[in-house]
Design a protein. Sequence first.
Length: 864
Amino acid sequence: MAEYGEGLRGGETDVRVTTLWRRALLALAVLLALVLLAGALVLQQLRQAGVQVAHWQGLAWRGGALQLGELQLNIEQPELSARVHVQQLVLRPQWPGDGLLREVQIGHLRLHWDPLPPPQSEPAPLPDPREWLAALGWLPQVVQIAELQLELPCAGRRCLVEGALHSQRTGQQMHGQLQAHSEGLQLRGDWRLQVQAQGWQLGSDWQLDGREALQMHADWQQSAADRAHWQGWLRIPDWPGSPQLMALLGLWLPQHSLPLADLPEGLQMTLGWDWQGERWPQQPAELLQQQLQLGAQVVLEQPAAIPGLGELRGEQRLSLSLEQGRWQLHEGRGEWILQPQTGLLDDWLPDELQPRQLTLVLQAQDQALDGQQALALDVQLQLQGPWQASLQGPLMLGLLPDWQIAAEAMRLELQADSLQFDDLRLQGLRVQALAGLQLDASGLQLQLLRNASLQLGVLQLAPAELRLQGLRAGLAGSRLSLPLAEAAASWRLPLQVRIDSLQHPLLQTQSWQLDGELSGAADMQLRARLHNPAGLAAELDWRWPAKAAGWQAALELVALDFAAGNPLAASLADWPPLLSLSAGSLRGQGQLHGSSGLDRASFLLQLDGGAGIYDRSSFSGLQLPLQLSLNGEQLQLQVADMQLAQIDPGLPLGPLQLAAQYRATLGAPLAGQLQLQRATLQALGAQISVTPQRLQLGEDEQLLELQLSGLELASLLEVYPTEGLYGDGLIDGRLPLRLSAAGPSISGGWLRARSGGVLQYRTPALAAMGRGNPAMAELALALDDFRYTLLQSDLEYAPDGRLQLGLRLEGANPKLQGGRPVHLNINLEEDIPALLTSLQLSGQLSEIIRKRVEQRVLQQRLQP
């Protein structure tokens, strides 16, 4: 029994062992079946997702981990085509435990990626952050990719990004690091994730070539009431962080997809957000249907080169909120400083006058933002350089339906202590104005409002010897239209200019006024009236056609009536002090042409009925047409037909007629050439004429050939201050007049009577001399009634006014010895200036002439 029992017990043991093995094999078979089934299901799911296992090898279980030597996957999805090559894959599960992956290690991972054009479909929904939290629990505690290679399309070729990835999760915290390099650029990223009861916090720092490039922090919370709260910030401390970044982005991003290349180097950007909603939105557009606050700051601490502008630095801050679909602006302030590049404003200003720095300050107050309403801004623009200018005030910025900038009254100020532009110098420049402006897609409209004024202490143009002091101009009503299209700009500038003092060698220093309008579009035009307190005025019409090489101007002198005064004498510096006009009218007009300066000009002056006094001579009935032309350096004066009815230096002369032409250069205006075409003077019944000739005024002396014809001896003796002298007859002569610095002179002149005549000299003094002297008695009798057959004389005139006559008389007196022939040679000398003075004092003189004559007599008496 015992042996049987023991044998029975041994058999039972074998049976149990066999049973255990059978069960183990069955469990293993079931597990293998489940694994195969799971693998089949996974493969089926992968195939449905467009993932195909192209190759694998080296599958093993070692050290509690599933190891795979090599795995190749092909991915074909609507938006991408990729090939994945994995080597040395280690999957270590949490065993014993929940069986989830605890560690994933990849020795080498290579991704060959080709993006495809996305199909037209509804936008993908936003991932729910709560799903991110759920997925976090499935993530391995450790993910290690020793070698990572990404092969991506870029700029028509393939680019390679290489690096490594490490991630570690401990409880509710996760941190990781990515290192990559491509095209010589080193990238490193660190991130930190903290999971909380109802949310998470994420922080990330990225470096380019060892320099901080990007910082980010995000905080998401989900309350029990399903209310979501998402806030965070993003900061770029120094754009682009590396000089290779822009070249690399140019390989990856489509051209002009983002204006990254336009961002200046050194730019610091910070963006903050705070979003709250009843639930997490399904679509990106739903983010704007909840509560949102945005804040942004852009800073350029160091000047950055902006192509086409210059060097820019400054700061911009912006704060916005969104609630119930309505935007609210809380803060918007910017301050930017631009140093313009050389030549930026060459089309507007010469280099000497261009600003060296522009400062723009923009300030927006708390206001609602509605696309249909304009944005209110306070603007301050300052320009610094050779001159300083500022434009400040409120303006409105409209965006819809079309953008528009408008301002009703902005304050414009400009000042410059001293400006030098070529030969033009300005001192004490001040401009103040209120300006209204409107800027839109069509162009700029600018208007200067009330009290717009310009003040200028000194304006000096050295080559023209012109100096203005105390210039003031009213600019109210000025308009500027500047189209943004190809149409020409236009402006209208009413001018009311007052000049306290105008100094020029040709003018007397005094005040002047200019009233008119400067306007332009394709052509520029100035229409104005220029006048001074003396009564001199001119109408100016100045034009500069856009298609012409230079400008042109028309100048018309407002008619002068010398009976009411002489504005020329009170305006011209070189007006002859001995010349005064008491009657007559003067009209004039001119045409001027030039480019940078005056190239040519022509003037026509017409004096009618002129009367007045020159020195000690009165004149009347002056008709003077004068033509003046200037061509470059060549000056020409033309007197076609001057007529003077009468001139009285002590005896009445006239009329006088003159036709002449004068040519000179501006460098030597008084040393030109005078062409006498016609010159005649009627005097005492005679005509004195000048032989047509050419005179060189630059020489020391000039010679004029004067011809005397038909001098009435009776008229001459009538005005000669000698008692009892009478005669008749006509006298001709030749007078070679020489002009020099010493004065006029005549040498070799002669006079001759045309035929016989009578000469009578009857005076008690001569009769008394003859009572005791037979010879004198005979001479007195001969001259008592002398019938001459010959009367001629030599004539000499000295520069000091001494006239010498060598007179020869032949004839007889019928009462003397039966008419015996008598020959007389008489030398006469006369002081002509003294004679004229005597004649003037004996006649009816104006007060001006009398004073001048008396003054001359007094001076002669005081001379030794």
